[in-house]
Each structure stands twice: as structure tokens, then as C-alpha cells.
Design a protein around this ligand. Structure first.
Ligand code: AMP
Length: 273
């Protein structure tokens, strides 16, 4: 039975469908999303699709880790009801016409600025996946803070405000390193160095009341560079719209970092207050 028929049937029986979209190489961060999804829905769907449309760098795409056997075992273990693993043709095959999504300033700042076309690609894939899965709730990770905002915007742009978004806090290694599929591309020495992203964010949180934003950001740059990272950005932004702040005052803010060690690009963020 095709996935959409099976899910139609479940919905007719009054069951809610929760959806966890991923690119595979699953880790405990993905599992945390799935755990909440399972808790809240009788039907949990996880997708694995390494979406070519969202990679602005071809080697990043071809080197993206693939651990399908392990992923399947992990999903079975976690009690995921349905794994959806579409081929590129099913997503973008005959008759597919890519849309342009008006994402406003989200597309020109932070990840949008440093990865041209990335969020259009994310929207293309998520739009297609939502059309097929038609979930009641979508489970996303805070790890990709800006992506969560983009997907919220996508729901508005495509008339899907009825879909609830649940944002799950970032799962970290004991060292503080945010779990990420890309961590598989780090050797043990690089993995140790990568903790500097978390340390920098923690430094911001500990010192935001006493140190000015420009000083914090400069310190952050220094920490990252002295650990061998090349830095795309270190920013402190308003949680509600990601506008960059120069003074914190009473604003609720999030610190965000994107930096590469060798050719492995990592991102992380932390709510500061
Ligand atoms: P990805 O497979 O990296 O595209 O991620 C799929 C989903 O898992 C996205 O909603 C991510 O934000 C989320 N995710 C990735 N890493 C983590 C993490 N360390 N903690 C929580 N969620 C995560």
C-alpha cells in the first residue's frame, strides 16, 4: 500500500500522525525527536532523505554520512511506526516544478547568507514531504534554530498553519558537543576541538550580563580561530526574528555559531536568557 493511502486510513480511524523529517545518519538527537513524536501520536513517521536541493556545496553533499542499516536498526529499536525513504525521483521527478518561497530576511542572514539557496532547498523538500505525509505535528530540533523559523514560515506560506511544530532541545555529547550527523566526519582530535563551539556559547551565557556584545563576539571569534576553525559567523540575535542585536538589555536572545574545521561545517546555538 502506498504511504499516503496507509496514512489516510490511519487518519480515518482517528489516529494522529507525527512526523520527524531527517537526512539519516541518525543519532540520539534524532531519537529525542522520535521519542516525543511517539509519546504524542499513535502513528510516528520518520523520513530519511539526503536532499540534494539544500546543499550549496557538492562535496558536502557527496560526503554526507550514510548509515542506512544502522538507521533502520535504530528506528526499529525506538519503535518508529513508519520509515519513509523516498528516492530523488519520488521527491522531484516528472511534473515537479520547484517553487520559490518568499522567506524574507531569513534567507539573507546567518545560514541564509552563508549558504545561498539552502533554505529554498529545505522548503522544497519539506513542502513535498508534508504533501505526502500530511502530519498533524512536525518535530524539529532547536539545533537548527533558523531552519525551525524557516519551516514555520513555510507552513504559513503554504496554508498549513494547522500543523503544530514541536521544537526539541539540542542533544549534546557529554563534552557539550551538539550531536550532528556531520560529527561522523570528524577524527577524534577534531571532535575534541569541536567542543569549542559549546564552550563559546557557554561563555556568552555566563558573561552576557557583564560584557558588551561586541566584546563577547570578538572573544568567540578568537576562541574558535585558535582551535583551528574558520568562522562563518558568531552572532547574538533576537529569539523572535533573528535580528542581530548590538545590545541585549531586556531582549530575549540566542547566540548562534557556524564554523568549519577542515571541510566539516558545524553549527550550534544557545538561548542566553
Ligand atoms: P538532520 O538529519 O540533520 O537534517 O536533522 C533532522 C532533524 O533532527 C532536524 O529537525 C534537526 O534539527 C534535528 N536534530 C539534529 N541534531 C539534533 C540534536 N543534536 N538535538 C536535537 N535535534 C537535532
Amino acid at each position: 500500500m502506498a504511504l499516503s493511502c496507509k496514512l489516510d486510513q490511519e487518519r480515518t480511524e482517528g489516529k494522529t500522525v507525527g512526523f520527524v523529517p531527517t537526512m539519516g545518519a541518525l543519532h540520539s538527537g534524532h531519537e529525542a525527536l522520535l521519542d516525543l513524536c511517539k509519546k504524542e501520536n499513535p502513528v510516528s513517521v520518520c523520513s530519511i532523505f539526503v536532499n540534494p536541493a539544500q546543499f550549496n556545496n557538492t562535496s558536502d553533499y557527496s560526503l554526507y554520512p550514510k548509515t542506512i542499516e544502522k538507521d533502520m536498526a535504530c528506528l526499529l529499536d525506538a519503535g518508529c511506526d513508519i520509515l519513509f525513504m523516498p528516492e530523488k525521483e519520488e521527491m522531484y521527478g516528472d511534473g515537479y516544478a520547484p517553487k520559490h518561497y518568499d522567506l524574507g530576511h531569513l534567507e539573507t542572514i546567518l545560514e541564509g547568507q552563508h549558504r545561498p539557496g539552502h533554505f529554498q532547498g529545505v522548503c522544497q523538500a519539506v513542502d513535498r514531504l508534508l504533501t505526502i505525509v500530511v502530519p498533524q505535528t512536525l518535530y524539529l530540533g532547536q539545533k537548527d534554530y533558523q531552519q525551525c523559523m524557516v519551516i514555520k514560515k513555510l507552513l504559513t506560506l503554504t496554508g498549513r498553519e494547522h500543523i503544530k511544530i514541536q521544537i526539541v532541545p539540542t542533544k549534546r555529547e557529554e563534552s557539550g558537543l551538539a550531536m550532528s550527523s556531520r560529527n561522523l566526519r570528524l577524527n577524534p582530535e577534531q571532535r575534541k576541538k569541536a567542543v569549542v563551539l559549546y564552550e563559546t556559547l557557554s561563555f556568552f551565557k555566563a558573561n552576557m550580563d557583564t560584557m558588551p556584545v561586541t566584546y563577547l563576539k570578538q572573544k568567540g571569534m578568537d576562541f574558535l580561530k585558535s582551535s583551528g576553525f574558520s568562522v562563518d559567523y558568531v552572532e547574538i540575535a533576537d529569539v523572535s526574528d533573528l535580528s542581530i542585536v548590538t545590545e541585549i538589555g531586556s531582549k530575549k536572545v540566542v547566540a548562534l555559531i557556524a564554523a568549519s574545521l577542515s571541510d566539516v561545517r558545524l553549527i550550534d546555538n544557545m538561548l542566553l536568557n
